[in-house]
Design a binder for this molecule. Structure first.
Ligand code: UGA
Length: 333
């Protein structure tokens, strides 16, 4: 199989592309290298991929570039690219969300339809649910996005549905729930909390910290992508992909404090617009259709992310200055 992974220099795209290599004839990765990520991080994310002869990197912007010839030689598209960030999607910045999340997805769907792609996997988001009436949310729960970002992710998900219904394009939308692990985006909570702790700074907590998330380890999301690429499931299917570790941000801070061996210092601020109180998924549909369930518990996943972040950023001198230690309860590869 020949795979096309969009957003390949990002957190999820780079992990998905790496995991595909042993199974693929060829993996092509596309990214427009926006400045949302620091350049060094994009380079680090791509490093292992660029060592593989099976991998080709194409710098291109899905909003403008013509990728028709590339899609024509692809069997499976894994569309991980997008403009992320719930809290920054208000105001004038919304235009970028519309362009990167809706317009780009529409163009990719159009090429994929014409090229008779065998499977189109779309990276959707728990943000489509907003503040739900009841939890856990199932794929049948009414989606009511609470942020402009969530609205664009839902719009693109509906586009996948429309291409499936009208053209038989075999799309699958995976609704990811707050993904974490090595290479996590630097704007996300866990990355920021570890970074603040490592540098001896206060953590900025938005609101009471009682907001809760169904945090999901990146390897579980990657496995869901692989299974969604291969399993025969009905075009237009939507699936929750969540870690099953539903914890409040306060509980997350306690867990991180345990892992780094010291309590974290926190400065409380206001709740952010667009931030939902709760996410919690029912993943029985993914279990049934993909034979998928989350395998990585939060202590293991957080420890791996702390270790990765220390190796990627932390200097031994800096760590010693802050008396920072990572206590690893057990060995995690
Ligand atoms: C995350 C991703 O950023 C979205 O791209 C993704 O689509 C979404 O998950 C999803 O699952 O749908 P979010 O849940 O806001 O969005 O994830 P984090 O940025 O990790 O924030 C988690 C919680 O920590 C939020 O309540 C946030 O307000 C809080 N937080 C974040 C802080 O208190 N301080 C910070 O510095 C950062």
């Amino acid at each position: 199989m020949r795979y096309l992974v969009t957003g390949v220099a990002g957190f999820l795209g780079s992990h998905v592309a790496e995991a595909l290599l042993p199974h693929a004839t060829a993996v092509t990765g596309v990214d427009c290298l926006t400045d949302y990520y620091p350049t060094a991080m994009k380079e680090r994310n791509l490093r292992r991929l660029l060592d593989s002869e099976k991998f080709t990197f194409v710098e291109a912007d899905l909003r403008h570039a013509d990728l028709s010839s590339l899609v024509a030689t692809t069997d499976v598209v894994l569309h991980q690219a997008g403009q992320p960030g719930v809290r920054t999607s208000w105001g004038e910045d919304f235009a970028a969300y519309v362009e990167h999340n809706i317009v780009a997805t529409h163009r990719l769907l159009e090429w994929s339809r014409q090229a008779h792609i065998k499977r189109f996997v779309y990276a959707s988001s728990s943000s489509v649910y907003g503040n739900a009436d009841s939890y856990p949310t199932t794929e049948a729960s009414l989606p009511r996005p609470f942020s402009p970002y969530g609205t664009t992710k839902l719009a693109a998900e509906h586009l996948c549905g429309a291409y499936a219904e009208n053209w038989g394009l075999p799309t699958v939308a995976l609704r990811y729930f707050t993904v974490y692990g090595p290479r996590q985006r630097p704007d996300m909570a866990i990355h920021r909390f570890i970074q603040a702790a490592a540098e001896g700074r206060d953590i900025h907590l938005y609101g009471t910290g009682e907001q809760a998330r169904d945090f999901t380890y990146v390897d579980d999301v990657v496995r869901a992508n692989l299974l969604a690429s291969w399993k025969p499931i009905r075009p237009g299917t939507v699936l929750n992909i969540a870690g099953g570790s539903h914890v409040s941000v306060n509980m997350l801070l306690d867990k991180l404090g345990d892992i780094v061996g010291r309590p974290l210092t926190v400065r409380r601020g206001d709740t952010c617009a667009g931030d939902v109180d709760n996410t919690r998924a029912d993943c029985s549909k993914a279990a049934l259709l993909l034979d998928w369930r989350p395998l990585i518990d939060m202590t293991t996943g957080l420890t791996r992310q702390v270790e990765w972040q220390l190796a990627a950023y932390g200097t031994a001198k800096g760590r010693a200055r802050h008396g920072w230690q990572v206590s690893v309860a057990r060995s995690v590869a």
